[in-house]
Design a protein around this ligand. Sequence first.
Ligand SMILES: Nc1ncnc2c1ncn2[C@@H]1O[C@H](COP(=O)(O)OP(=O)(O)OP(=O)(O)O)[C@@H](O)[C@H]1O
Ligand SMILES: [Mg+2]
Length: 226
Amino acid sequence: MPALEMKDVRKVYGSGEQAVVALDHVTLTVADDEFVALVGPSGSGKTTLLSIAGGLLRPTEGIVRVGPHRIDEYGPKELTRFRREFVGFVFQGANLVPFLTARENLLVVSELAGADRRHARARADRLLDELGLGGKADRLPAQLSGGERQRVAIGRALMNEPELVLFDEPTSSLDSHLGEQVMQLIRSEVKGRGTAAIVVTHDRRMTHVADRTVEISDGRLVDQGA
Ligand SMILES: Nc1ncnc2c1ncn2[C@@H]1O[C@H](COP(=O)(O)OP(=O)(O)OP(=O)(O)O)[C@@H](O)[C@H]1O
Ligand SMILES: [Mg+2]
């Protein structure tokens, strides 16, 4: 079963004269252990596509399936549960909870999902370690650099071993060496446990780590990369 299937998805923001067609008949399938890079100019619909795939936004038209979940038919309650249990997100600008430490920012999502505490703590520390933040688990976001905060957000997205992880520019504030390291970590998480990932990146140097690169322009997929 594919991790993600989008069929003829349209997203129109607003209505009448103000209507913006952000996605136009987007059809995309991502296999259950696939790592897809998504590229395209600013305003082309990348964040909108991720938001719909992760159940944060409803499509105006079309079918969206994540594993067995027909999320375009879900109501708000079902979507909240779906997001908590099955998807991980890293948003543009990585929002952490400011009064929680790095480790606690990871643990809070596993508590929401009702995971075992000891197991969760071990996983949080292992992820922070792999992200090069081993010595900084007890720091608050304000005591970390921008790139470090971004890595905490990546750890948080991977924390619950989601079926689908969605990254919006996860490497934008990292230098290219660290950026590639983070992409490799995402790759090993995807390949190691049958998680699928879509990573938005402006950086063409990052795309070779992905299995394929999908290109979007003006709300349309112009290249599926396969
Ligand atoms: N809430 C909104 N209301 C109205 N229009 C919106 C809204 N969000 C996005 N748009 C418009 O939809 C289009 C796609 O936006 P989107 O955020 O998906 O682009 P993007 O590819 O992520 O761009 P960037 O690389 O700058 O982040 C743009 O024209 C944008 O102005
Ligand atoms: Mg965006």
